[in-house]
Design a protein around this ligand. Structure first.
Ligand code: GUN
Ligand code: ZN
Length: 434
């Protein structure tokens, strides 16, 4: 065996299916004393240490983590890179918040030095929180996407991003035109889409900030290039929904606007979807589109609510998004903490294994990347985390009282945050060490 191989020994847990489809017990694999073997940026073996150790060469390097849990890297299916500098800003309503904080903050990203500086902070923050793949909104400026992709490329991260397309109902200093958004997006696609582990997402901000001409051209880009992503917002806020009705009176509803412009599909991810109805969920599922559930985004009286049971009924793919800066945390552990409460408040349940699924394999499925990321099956990219059971005195004490992996997992999701992430590995390389 070549010596590029390295093994990691610890407790290991990953999702292998959606608990809604196969039941909780069949949805995960857990190895109390597990071994993960990595070669050339990919996982080449996973199993019990006692089974795998005898098969390895005597001189293979083995990293042994005590009191720790290895999981797949987390996947954030909705986040705004140029809102890093305004996370946690006071807000009451979505549309006022956009005008007061978001647009001025995003206006700085035409400047390369600024975009580079924030890209560096943003990528470090993702990795500190254990997020190894994210679907990212840039600003309207192509430079924002160049800076982000340059930072991600240096670390060989699997990252998806796009320049916001926005040609109306925003300040002049932050709008493009239908034509320029098409040309600029195309240039970014040519430069980045499919380069290493990078992918491009066509990114109309949301229906109110795009003219019909711009939405038409967004749809055209999707037909011109294979495997492009599409990301936007949908049905997050009641005033927003009323506004969409006024702007597109000829359409049946919010989703129908996107449907009309051919923006639904297997690589289309819609953020929030708080007020979607049954028929809209069915249509999203039918087209293979996905929803990004953003439970830490509750600034605007409920942007983090979501009817997960309805999505499950329709077998609609759902990933988990932080929605930073509308969302208040980069941590998908903290986002799961909120997700649990959001479900409880709606009278539904969220098991720790469904939570794990949402943050890993469910996100990968929403992004059609489940053969590459989201679990630790041999052949997958070696994107994984080491979560520290002793990250804080309270966590350490609390986990000693846990009787099984279900309890341990749930406590990690309620008490855990960036401090819990001891190491983050991407393509087999150590990219964050706490
Ligand atoms: N809708 C349109 N733009 C945004 C944004 O930046 N954040 C959120 N949460 N919703 C939006
Ligand atoms: Zn958002």
């Amino acid at each position: 065996m070549p010596l590029t191989r390295k093994a990691y020994r610890a407790a290991i847990l990953h999702s292998i299916a959606d608990p809604a489809e196969v039941g909780i017990e069949a949805s995960y694999e857990y190895f109390e004393d597990g071994l993960l073997v990595v070669d050339g940026g990919k996982i080449c073996a996973l199993g019990h240490a006692s089974d795998l150790l005898p098969t390895l060469p005597a001189d293979i390097e083995i990293e042994h983590y005590q009191d720790a849990l290895i999981t797949p890297g987390f996947i954030d299916t909705h986040i705004h890179f140029p809102q890093t500098g305004m996370v946690g800003a006071y807000g009451e309503q979505l549309l006022d918040w956009l005008n007061t904080y978001t647009f001025p903050c995003e206006s700085q990203f035409g400047d390369k030095a600024h975009a580079d500086e924030v890209a560096d902070i943003f990528v470090k923050e993702l990795l500190r929180n254990g997020t190894t793949t994210a679907l990212v909104f840039g600003s309207v400026h192509p430079q924002s996407v160049n800076s982000l992709f340059e930072a991600a490329e240096k670390l060989d991260l699997r990252m998806i991003a796009g320049k916001v397309m926005m040609d109306r109902n925003a300040p002049d200093y932050l709008t493009d035109t239908a034509e320029s958004s098409y040309v600029d997006s195309k240039a970014l696609i040519e430069r980045w889409h499919g380069k290493g582990r990078l992918h491009y997402a066509v990114t109309p901000r949301f229906a109110p900030t795009s003219t019909p001409e711009q939405l038409t051209l967004a749809g055209q880009l999707l037909t011109e290039y294979p495997d492009l992503y599409m990301q936007t917002h949908i049905s997050e806020n009641l005033k927003e929904i009323e506004w969409v009705k006024e702007l597109f009176p000829e359409r049946k509803g919010y989703l129908d606007v996107y449907d009309h412009y051919q923006l639904l599909g297997e690589r289309s991810v819609f953020a929030h979807g708080v007020h979607l109805c049954d028929d809209e969920c069915a249509r999203l599922a039918e087209t293979g589109s996905a929803i990004s559930f953003c439970p830490t985004s509750n600034f605007f009286l409920g942007s983090g609510l979501f009817n997960l049971p309805m999505a499950e009924k329709h077998k609609l793919n759902v990933g988990l998004g932080t929605d930073v800066g509308g969302g208040t945390s980069f941590s998908l552990l903290q986002t799961l903490n909120e997700a649990y409460k959001v479900m409880q408040l709606q009278g539904a349940r969220l098991s720790p294994f469904k939570s794990l699924y949402l943050a890993t394999l469910g996100g990968a499925r929403a992004l059609r990347l489940e053969d590459k990321i989201g679990n630790l099956q041999p052949g997958s990219d070696a994107d994984f985390l080491v979560l520290d059971y002793n990250a804080t005195p309270l966590l350490s004490y609390r986990l000693k009282q846990a009787n099984n992996i279900a309890e341990t997992l749930f406590v990690l999701m309620t008490l855990g945050d960036d401090r819990t992430v001891q190491q983050t590995y991407a393509a087999g390389a150590l990219v964050h060490q706490r």
